[in-house]
Design a protein around this ligand. Structure first.
Ligand code: T4K
Length: 367
């Protein structure tokens, strides 16, 4: 008989309870719970190594990491980005008092279409914030060439790209900076959490200060900073999860490959593309339903009726949100619109059983 358990789009990876308890035990001795304690330092060192990057600053979540690095660069005017992303990317730009200018995505991997960047640059443009959506790495070489030519900063939203490498180069090393999300739903989590990796070590001080109210000394406050510190319990979770990260990614790979096998070569279903030079993290499994016998919303409902809760990441596009009503024209990003109306992200997580993957696929195929 088929097992009919409820399946959500993802499920947090967690260490054994005993491992976490062991990790947090000394907090009961130190009573040091936050404000850059020893766990914070230990995780920072672990991530520098794992992500193979020269500098990293930890944050309480990925969104504030992005807000803080934008503030640290003191950007002004316009920032080019894409609308095919989570609310965070666009909101971080707007909340810094900047104007997002939306570039379309490409049809291949849904990252920014670097061929359309230059036409959007004006004398007000100060930065590009592309998104490595689903862990798909943007056309970093072309983006870098354009950014150098026009003297623009590049901040990658690498929320989905933890551990991804291209030709052996870590996703943490592209552009001027990259932000990561360590949210419970991510490949690597610290419950909530995030980080900024960056190449200019002079940013360390300002990033540290901005996430701590702009306090630079016992009696000095130099910046109008906020509070975006990662606490010790978050860091402890990160320390534990980092020990198991390679195994978790391997398990996700098995799930990912099972979907690829089951849904391969079906007319109207487009699957993620292989890129030989890329080591994936298998964060998401996006599928495009294009002229399939059911449309995207019908597949969504069909799965829901079987208690399988897939997601439409990323629909709606950020440039159509109610809070941005009449500010942007979605017709200027037609490919993003096209994809967002056809995409579903199927359940993927380390412990998802292959028989469940098969069940999901057979519901889709036999609908
Ligand atoms: N940039 C990009 C491109 C992003 O995608 C994100 C976050 C950010 C920036 C900002 O990073 P953070 O500030 O979040 O660190 C989820 C996540 O909350 C969000 O982190 C993520 N992107 C986004 C794509 O997905 P929701 O609203 O879809 O989450 P929710 O609560 O519906 O959870 C989805 C599923 O995850 C649940 O059905 C079950 C599972 N889950 C959820 C939680 C909260 C767990 O297994 N454990 C949990 O604790 O946004």
């Amino acid at each position: 008989m088929l097992n009919k358990k409820r399946i959500l789009v993802t499920r947090s990876s967690m260490p054994e309870l005993e491992e976490y308890i062991e990790e947090i035990k000394d907090l009961w001795e130190s009573h040091w719970l936050t404000n850059m304690g020893t766990k914070h330092k230990q995780l920072q060192i672990g991530l520098l190594k794992y992500l193979d990057t020269p500098n990293i600053e930890l944050f309480t979540n990925g969104h504030l990491a992005l807000e803080c690095i934008i503030a640290a660069f003191a950007l002004t005017g316009e920032v080019i980005t894409t609308p095919f992303t989570f609310a965070s990317t666009t909101h971080a730009i707007v909340r810094n008092g900047l104007k997002p200018v939306f570039c379309d995505i490409n049809l291949e991997d849904f990252t920014i279409d670097a061929d359309k960047l230059e036409e959007l640059i004006t004398d007000k443009t100060t930065a590009i914030i592309p998104v490595h959506v689903y862990g798909n790495i943007c056309n970093v070489e072309k983006i870098e060439r354009i950014a150098n030519k026009y003297k623009l900063k590049v901040i990658y939203d690498a929320a989905h790209a933890f551990g991804v490498t291209v030709n052996g180069i870590s996703s943490a090393n592209f552009g001027d900076a990259s932000i990561f999300s360590f949210h419970a739903t991510k490949v690597f989590n610290t419950i909530e959490g995030g980080a900024v990796s960056y190449n200019n070590e002079n940013l360390s001080r300002i990033l540290y200060d901005i996430k701590n109210f702009g306090i630079t000394g016992p009696e000095t406050v130099e910046y109008v900073g906020g509070n975006a510190k990662m606490n010790e319990f978050q860091a402890a979770m990160g320390i534990c999860n980092l020990r198991h990260i390679d195994g978790e990614i391997e398990k996700r790979k098995v799930v990912f490959n099972r979907y690829m096998l089951q849904l391969n070569n079906i007319a109207g279903i487009r699957l993620p593309k292989e890129r030989k030079e890329v080591k994936r993290n298998y964060a998401y499994f996006p599928v495009i339903f294009d002229q399939y016998k059911l449309n995207r919303d019908q597949v969504f409902e069909k799965l829901k009726s079987e208690d399988i809760h897939v997601r439409k990441y990323f629909y709606p596009l950020t440039n159509t949100y109610d809070c941005y009503k009449d500010k942007f024209n979605v017709e200027e990003t037609p490919i993003a619109k096209y994809i967002s109306e056809r995409v579903l992200t199927l359940p993927i997580y380390a412990d998802l059983e292959l028989c469940e993957v098969d069940r999901i696929c057979s519901i889709i195929l036999n609908a």
